[in-house]
Ligand binder design. Structure first.
Ligand code: ZN
Length: 300
């Protein structure tokens, strides 16, 4: 287990979740010894900060948490314990409402980590950039130089598409839409939020599996459903945080997607204009754009 305890003062947060549920049962701490004991005995051992030692069996509530799996988050600074509870629940070792109800609640209580604002010269023009870290995902706000002086800036919430944006894939219209938005904000002033939720948030591996299904004749929605996902798994809560952080109260939104419009309006942000994100079609993306129009309600 790749955790450097010395970097974190010897203690790492440990979150216990009951197997088959997404409820957080307990948030505790572990030191190196507690983690070693946990892995060795398959019984969770927490470190008590008040007693400055590992909790002893029976000392808290008599509750025992049997280990089913132990995971570490992407930054190797939080331990996730998948457990099965044996015995009664009491506050210290397992009351279900003691700390948090679910990961969603933890996430909504946790603001994103923000970077400084830096300059970024690009082929489109000179921008200012600021990055945000939300769990394992990192997002980028790209702003024109005059962004903070604008009353209703042009805003594009662009969802990451590595194959389109980086490789120049012709299967979708993402790369063209990104280029269009960056040109627009360079010229007229505004913001592009590069929202790192690849493949409508199913990730790159699943997206390639969906592409394989598309090679076999399924459309973009059918392929996602066949893999067990919803047609769109995106979550815009990080975007809400970023828009608030950048004090956007009004915007001219660049989108064809009614879901993004509804999301922005629900934040209480006024949309003064919708700028369509229409770009050139080709024989590879024609069908994809058609499906977005007919089955996902995109205004194309
Ligand atoms: Zn794409």
């Amino acid at each position: 287990m790749n955790i450097d305890f010395s970097k974190m003062g010897g203690l790492v947060p440990a979150v216990a979740q009951e197997y088959g549920s997404n409820e957080v049962l307990m948030v505790g701490f572990m030191n190196q010894e507690a983690l070693s004991l946990t892995l060795k005995t398959k019984i969770v051992h927490y470190f008590s900060r008040s007693k400055n030692r590992i909790w002893k069996k029976g000392e808290t509530s008599g509750n025992i948490q049997k280990v089913i799996d132990v995971k570490v988050d992407c930054d190797a600074d939080t331990i996730l314990l998948i457990i099965e509870q044996v015995g009664n629940s009491a506050c210290h070792t397992g009351a279900k409402s003691c700390f948090f109800n679910s990961f969603d609640e933890i996430q909504s209580n946790n603001p994103l980590i923000e970077s400084s604002v830096a300059d970024l010269p690009t082929k489109y023009g000179k921008f200012k950039v600021k990055a945000y870290k939300d769990g394992c995902q990192e997002h980028l706000a790209i702003m024109s130089q005059n962004f903070f002086d604008l009353d209703d800036p042009i805003v594009r919430i662009h969802s990451e598409c590595l194959t389109g944006d980086t490789v120049g894939s012709l299967k979708c219209d993402c790369s063209n839409q990104l280029g269009l938005a960056l040109e627009l904000i360079a010229k007229e002033g505004g913001l592009v939020i590069y929202h790192r939720q690849e493949g409508r948030n199913i990730g790159l591996v699943n997206k390639m599996n969906a592409y394989k299904l598309q090679d076999e004749g399924y459309n973009t929605i059918e392929a996602n459903l066949k893999l067990g996902f919803k047609e769109d798994e995106r979550d815009y809560s990080a975007v809400g945080f970023i828009l608030k952080d950048l004090k956007v109260l009004k915007m001219k939104i660049v989108t064809n997607n009614p879901v993004k419009i509804e999301f922005v309006q629900a934040l209480g942000i006024e949309i003064t204009k919708r700028v369509p994100a229409i770009t050139a079609k080709n024989r590879h993306n024609e069908h994809y754009i058609q499906v977005k129009k007919e089955q996902m309600g995109h205004m194309l």
